[in-house]
Design a protein around this ligand. Structure first.
Ligand SMILES: [Zn+2]
Length: 67
């Protein structure tokens, strides 16, 4: 079962990261073709992005239950 309200928040956050945070802070490479990988268990969303240029990994964890 998927919670529609959480899923829409999840999609908005994914779009935010896809558009705003694809420039690597380590090497400055802009991963225009890339996107954040996201996983959720319904309570938290984990975002993961690996820079294709230098391999730096960034992760975000967002708590969907923190209203
Ligand atoms: Zn990089």
């Amino acid at each position: 079962m998927t919670n529609d309200r959480n899923r829409s928040a999840f999609e908005r956050l994914k779009q935010h990261y896809d558009h705003e945070e694809l420039v690597c802070p380590d090497c400055g490479f802009e991963d225009e073709e890339g996107s954040w990988t996201s996983e959720t268990d319904g309570q938290v969303v984990e975002y993961y992005h690996e820079c294709p240029s230098c391999g730096a990994v960034r992760e975000h964890t967002i708590d969907l239950t923190d209203e």
